[in-house]
Design a protein around this ligand. Sequence first.
Ligand code: PRP
Ligand code: URA
Length: 222
Amino acid sequence: MTTMPDAPDRADEFTMLTVVRHPLIQHKLTLLRDRTTPTKIFKELVDEIAMLMAYEATSDLTLEPVEVETPLESTTGQRVSGKKLTLVPILRAGLGMVEGILRLIPSARVGHIGLYRNHDTLEPVDYYFKVPGDAAERDFLLLDPMLATGGSAASAVASLKRAGATRIRFLCIVAAPEGVRRLTDAHQDVQIYTASLDRGLNASSYIVPGLGDAGDRLFGTR
Ligand code: PRP
Ligand code: URA
């Protein structure tokens, strides 16, 4: 059966959701959805999409003036102000988004949150947490390609907030309306960026049409 992948009309329901509709992202996302795309290409596509999404998600970072000597004279340039941005992948699949974003923001710090969905209850199970100590002073990009029921993302945001974080953006590649609702209900201050708001969840809480199990497709573990 052929279906339209996304629910563009539903995106307007969510004020904290940005669907990044850049043509290059949409082209790469279609390759990512393709069940015949092999692991190596899948990994490259996640990396490239993450970099392009990060470009959009950082478009409102604060700048400060800085003096710079060109070969000809001094001038005033601008640099991103404040402490280094921190990327926080949710293990495992979020790891696939880190390298692409680091190419764009090489000075970013990288924390990690270990979570997996219990297959029976679908609730997230925590197993690892490490972020820089001065979390209150940093901007965080929380990374996971999939926002399905939203349980994992909501739990990861709660962990970051317990560590002191106040400025958190969530970057995913495919989101279900159910996940966006759960995350925004739990954390109204978190801006969500996705390449697609898909139709919904199936009976096993997989996103449809989605792209399958992102972790398995990234790491070849199916
Ligand atoms: C996937 C995905 C998200 C989560 C989304 O991870 O990478 O973390 O599911 O689902 P949710 O929105 O319903 O919580 P998974 O639990 O399969 O872990 P893994 O990739 O480490 O195996
Ligand atoms: N996790 C995935 O990897 N894919 C889904 O569709 C839902 C959760």
